[in-house]
Design a protein around this ligand. Structure first.
Ligand code: NAD
Length: 344
């Protein structure tokens, strides 16, 4: 039997990417919406055959709804912790959008709430289900790059006041942090996806936020960071709200070959360029990137059904929140090394 899902927040990402993909899923079914807009619910309900509607005020009543097993949190970051914890207390499993929360303290409370409720909590790091990134991970593990030495991760776009989903991203209360929270987290999390079993010893970082830019009164516009891994590998990343066009690149440098992805973490266009070894440089696609949405939600459904942690559990989101806080601490201190000792 498929797990039944409620989507909380009917914004750009939920409406554009998540809700339409339920049609591709095998282990999941969409049964409910939580939204402040009855008109949006009626419209989307008619399009997707959903008839169970909740508002933010009667949200806790989902506890009594047997047609909801799992909840997908697609709200602004500042609301993730509250709505996740309320869903867990209502007895539902929760897949929460990235970044997990406004702070590591909030993320800790979410993980604790999941344990207390005996429910699964996942963070929607869809890249772990994207076939090209999964293929690079397989190649690294198989030793095709030789010994991995260095990872480069660069992600950014131009955040403007005049496109609604960016307004809350520029406010600390709703965005939690700046570009590192919203877009830089892809590079951070994807790089660590390639380094299972390693440990982040320390981080250092600097800001390059433009001065006197009215967009960045509350959150940072751009930050560059370095993670020093216990293995000796270094991860160097950047995150920005200050450039155009949208950019997403991951590069993996090994002793025998390199793998570059540009774009690396988009919804539908990721590809791989392999260089080195005995083969000429070649660019290819290991699989259809659009499959990541259904794959992610079906994997969560199966994990929740089996009572085992999702591939990207709440603890991973908490780790990343701790790392971002360390990156900010270092950047606030003009690049001072911040020891973290966090296991990947
Ligand atoms: P959005 O602004 O389009 O959607 C947010 C929704 O929350 C809106 O429907 C809004 O009405 C609702 N909402 C409820 N209470 C609100 C309040 N108090 N203030 C503001 N909005 C409120 O944003 P989005 O781009 O859809 O992002 C939603 C979430 O999805 C974020 O956590 C974001 O980081 C994440 N996201 C993930 C990806 C990905 O690829 N995984 C891509 C885009 C966004």
């Amino acid at each position: 039997q498929r797990m039944r899902w409620a989507v909380v927040g009917l914004g750009n990402y939920a409406v554009g990417q998540i809700i339409p993909r339920f049609g591709d899923m095998h282990a999941s079914r969409l049964t409910a919406f939580v939204s402040g807009s009855p008109a949006k619910q009626a419209d989307l309900g008619a399009r997707y055959g959903v008839s169970r509607f909740y508002s933010y005020t009667n949200y806790d009543e989902i506890a009594a709804d047997p047609e909801i097993d799992c909840v997908y949190i697609a709200l602004p970051v500042g609301l993730h912790a509250e709505y996740t914890i309320r869903a867990l207390r209502a007895g539902k499993h929760v897949l929460c959008e990235k970044p997990m929360a406004s702070s590591a303290a909030e993320a800790e409370a979410m993980v604790a709430a999941a344990r207390q409720a005996n429910r699964q909590l996942g963070v929607a790091y869809r890249v772990h289900f994207e076939p090209n990134n999964v293929d690079v991970l397989r190649r690294i593990r198989a030793g095709e790059l030789g010994t991995l030495r260095h990872i480069n991760a660069d992600h950014g776009f131009n955040a403007t006041f005049d496109w609604p989903p960016h307004i809350w991203r520029l406010q600390k209360a709703l965005g939690g942090g700046g570009s590192m929270y919203d877009i830089g987290i892809y590079g951070l999390n994807t790089s660590l996806m390639m380094l299972p079993g390693d440990t982040v010893d320390w981080v250092s970082a600097t800001y390059s936020t433009p001065q006197n830019d009215p967009r960045f009164a509350e959150v940072e516009g751009a930050v560059e960071y370095r993670l020093r891994m216990a293995s000796g590998i270094s991860v160097q990343g950047s995150s920005s709200y200050c450039y155009s066009p949208y950019f997403s690149r991951q590069c993996y440098f090994g002793s025998a070959a390199s793998a570059a992805m540009q774009p690396a973490t988009t919804y539908d266009a990721n590809s791989i360029t392999m260089d080195g070894g005995n083969l000429p440089q070649r660019t290819f696609r290991a699989g259809d990137p659009t499959s990541q949405f259904a794959a992610q939600i079906d994997a969560f459904s199966r994990a929740a059904r089996a009572g085992v942690p999702h591939l990207t559990p709440g603890e991973m989101g908490l780790r990343d929140m701790r790392l971002i806080e360390a990156i900010y601490r270092s950047a606030d201190a003009e690049g001072d090394r911040v020891m973290v000792g966090l296991a990947v």
